[in-house]
Design a protein around this ligand. Sequence first.
Ligand code: COA
Length: 263
Amino acid sequence: MRETLETTVVEFTPETGIGHITLNRPDALNALSDQLRADLIEGLRLLESENEDQDGIALRAVIVEGADGNFCAGADITEFSESNPGASSERHHYEFIMEFPVPVIAKIRGYCLGGGLETAMACDFRFADEDARFGLPEVDLGIVPGAGGVQFISRLANPAAAKEIAMTGEHISADRARDLGIVTRVPDNLDEATRDFAETIASKPPLSIQAIKESGNIATQTGLREGRQYDRRLFERLLETADHEEGAKAFAEDDYEPEFRGR
Ligand code: COA
């Protein structure tokens, strides 16, 4: 499947179960216009619709990247108005990505700034080229990162790093972002490493992967006791699945390659 929306390109490869969304406003360094936010959500919905009429779960992982060598230079400044910063998409794309049942990997080249960095941090993983540049430049516009940039970095790294990046507005390198924990990996070959990682996740039992995403999200919102109780419920639910039976069978029988369907 390949669909070209006004500001994104959406692709799905049934053989691997991997979906791909390209932010496609290269003339504006893929800045987040209202249209782009809406097309990003629409792209995820289109990918999710690949599960319809399937015996199990077809969509296993999603990679989001920017066209022409930049991830995203933040909110579209030309659309800025006090009353309506990106409010036209009925639901914010940040929440949509975080709550999307399938893992989302941001593949980052070039600029990843402001709302672009917040979009990447709403994803489950960030794979970056060594030349990528990260920052929260909102301070120089007399505002603050409005989609949780300081909150995200405080959790991924620490509050001092978040305040430093947001207060100075300066760009930081991919290596520094990785050392802080903001970026997951800075591989030698970004395309290959991102694809390999997506394929690894895509080959696992999809219901386990979804439950792990859910658990990781809960971990940032609750205490340990409540989080562990939540995990116990996920564990008990997964014990009932056909994929658990399949995995256990493959473990018991040496020569048997398991086939996980998401049921
Ligand atoms: N919103 C709208 N347009 C943007 C944009 C944004 N956030 N960021 C870049 N663009 C546009 C520029 O206006 C320019 O358009 P033009 O060719 O029609 O003049 C084009 O993208 C290329 O940007 P340019 O500034 O010429 O590239 P550069 O390599 O000199 O600088 C940046 C790159 C990212 C450092 C610079 O564009 C920048 O600081 N952008 C704003 C980042 C920002 O503040 N984001 C947070 C917004 S809350």
